[in-house]
Design a protein around this ligand. Sequence first.
Ligand SMILES: [Zn+2]
Length: 379
Amino acid sequence: MSNENKDMTALAADREKTIVRTSIIGILTNVLLAAFKAAVGIISNSIAVTLDAVNNLSDALSSVVTIIGAKLGAKAPDKKHPLGYGRIEYLSSMIVAAIVLYAGITSLVESVKKIIHPEAADYGTISLIIIAVAIVVKLVLGRYVKKQGEKVNSGALVASGKDASFDAILSASVLASAIVFLIWGISLEAYVGVIISIVIIKAGIEMMMETLNDIIGQRGDADTGAQIRSILNEEPEVRGAYDLILYNYGPNKYYGSVHLELPDTMTVDEVDVLTRKVQVEVYQKTGVVLTGISVYSYNTTNEEAAKIRDTVHKLVLAHDWALQVHGFYADTDKKTMRFDVVLDFSVDQKEALEIMNQEVQKLYPDYTIQIIPDIDAGD
Ligand SMILES: [Zn+2]
């Protein structure tokens, strides 16, 4: 995600161009292949090759959907959708996955039918050569499209690329069964067809699950999180960056919020200058827009408070369901202390809070204690 020397709008435009260009190449190749295979399938009366041709056509369709998704997803934010249209791309990935799934189910049905009512296939040399060429073309196309998809983080392109590679494998297995048929007269086609279909169906379901996770919203990307935290921690004033949550509004479109531990001696003006500085830096280096930076005050001059902080940290982190303690502040005059604890999802929040309150209160009976439970949402 780090293209420091190019601004983010230019990167987004490049990304859209790459998706459209790659998809157009996919459409042209698939249409050509489908035409070839359909011709071969009809001439050689082979259901497997004809199925392959249909599959290529549906791949061309999925490239069309990918283009539409990329174009709509790149629409500029407006009053109705102030965070942009980026998530539309997940819908197009979902549609591509559904096309793959549908292709798998139809070819499964056809293959089973063939097992029940077997029909002999007839292969000429030309048809075998064309199938072999188709395998090579699909392999190259699949690798190219998948690589482009990974480069620009497009789930729809990656799905189409994987599907193309699958097709190459499927076509290869059709070719193999044709050769077996020609040499030994054993017709494996329908059985190969069943295996083919199951592989396609499995891939389609996996693609759908992947996209569904994006739509539901999943844990932020660990590398991006680490990069953002290291940018923040580079600032001499920052004692720690916590609760980093990335909100995803489409591929490469992230908004984020974070809490910074800052010395209790800083003025509001100094905090303002600092948060604006890191906001710009994080955006330039990662493309993430930090919409929310809030602060925890950190004891810097009070030795007693620092001691309490260490003790409380040790006490709380002794529980394996307590993943992190941060935002600790003690006012030794007013006898108050506050801190956040990131809890593991496996523990009951209320119970954990009670345990921690009791343990800390026992050590500091005259303190008023405020413990905030944080969700383990950071990457
Ligand atoms: Zn927190």
